[in-house]
Design a protein around this ligand. Sequence first.
Ligand code: 5AD
Ligand code: SF4
Length: 476
Amino acid sequence: MKTVPDAKNPILKSHKMKTVPDTKKGFAYIYTIGCQMNSYDSEKLAAITGSMGYERTDDLDRADIVICNTCSIREKAQEKAYSFLGTLASRKRKKPGLIAIMAGCVAQQEGERVFRRLPHLDIVMGTQAFERLPTLISRVLSSKGAGITDIDPSPAIFESRPDLSTMARDKISRFVTIMQGCDNFCTYCVVPHVRGRERSRTPESIVEEISTLAGSGVKEVTLLGQNVNSYGQKEGICSFPELLKRIDSIQGIERIRFATSHPKDLSDELISAVLNLKKVCNQLHLPVQSGSNAILKKMNRGYTREQYLGRISMLRHHCPGIGLSSDMIVGFPSETREDFEQTLDLIRTVRFDGIFAFAYSSRPNAPARGFKGALDESEKMARLNELLDLQESITRELNEGRVGEVETILVEGKSLRKRDGSKDEEKLPQMTGRTETGKIVHFHGENIKPGNMVKIKITNAYPHSLWGNLFDDPLE
Ligand code: 5AD
Ligand code: SF4
């Protein structure tokens, strides 16, 4: 396998995107693993392949290009990418012209090593290489089987907008990445190593993108960044609360959400933006990761349990009823039963609406990899299950507390859920949407369309969703 070393790869010229392809060359299948930011980046990959003449397809059998946009935040996500891309070896034997690409975080982290496990891949392209995809593909087409690696780490700010013509239609809610990378260096985390230092897009380009989305019928945007609170600070362009104010005035947008806020940077200005800006939802995702001061310190999180709880009290004081969610890591190296109890205690104290919890996974380049006191997988899983059981009971109680209340829902589409929570393949006349605080609500309703705002009286509560009935006519 011949690979082209990065040092010898000149920075390839940025490709000027065309919305309308000259000729149709085939189909592109894009498989996304990982976070919301990866979903957003995949839309861009679709726009780029679309501009080259490859139509997006959901049918792997039709694909001429397959891109796996990978995630390396935990070992499991990384293995999912290897396993999916591994299946392309036999496809390539049947269809030799098929171009197989690993993109994103695992590619950035592993570089040429990927070819040892997946020698059939054509391109391994890191997080900063997306705009060079057309050039990389042309090189594959003329390179007679040589695998190409592009993991140039020079941070690029990816300003090209998702192409509306290649995006799924009728989606009323969209992600918009406002900044990339991270400067926080939590000791367990691979993000700063694979996505580079923090950098923010300009407010003008963000506002332009959201205005375009609004013009196409989008009603809700979720602004994405590893730490949105520090948006624009490095560049001195505009603060995050100021950005929210600008977006709040975009016609057509009804709701604004954002993730993720770092507790150490949660400012009073942001709290007042949540309180005062009409479209900014009364909801916050504020990852705490652990309830133990000893572990928080080893994680390099930059706050104590007491400071975190202080911010929560402040938030609840100013924004009553705010929807709160968090991320938790269990089984960090040296975490004792007492440390874990502190985490459970914090969960009982805050009573989050929902939690994303993970067993600690050792990552390349992350300092915690070398920390003493690794826990057994079985102990990590036992703690994870204990934590999830506790949170499930809290979520259920909070959801039950909504029964009888009237909530304003932004309708997102048809619901395929039955009341018992199981999936039903037959489409029932049920709709689904979210409350301002982010809770999923299903209801029966005819003549209700995605994008409508409706009032729903909540009748039933389940662990992950609410059910209700239309309270009156659609609000618009
Ligand atoms: N192991 C387990 N969970 C992790 N996260 C980040 N890195 C790791 C890791 N090495 C979790 C954190 C973060 C979320 C996106 O993923 O909780 O907030
Ligand atoms: Fe990772 Fe910490 Fe940055 Fe979040 S803030 S991306 S956990 S380093």
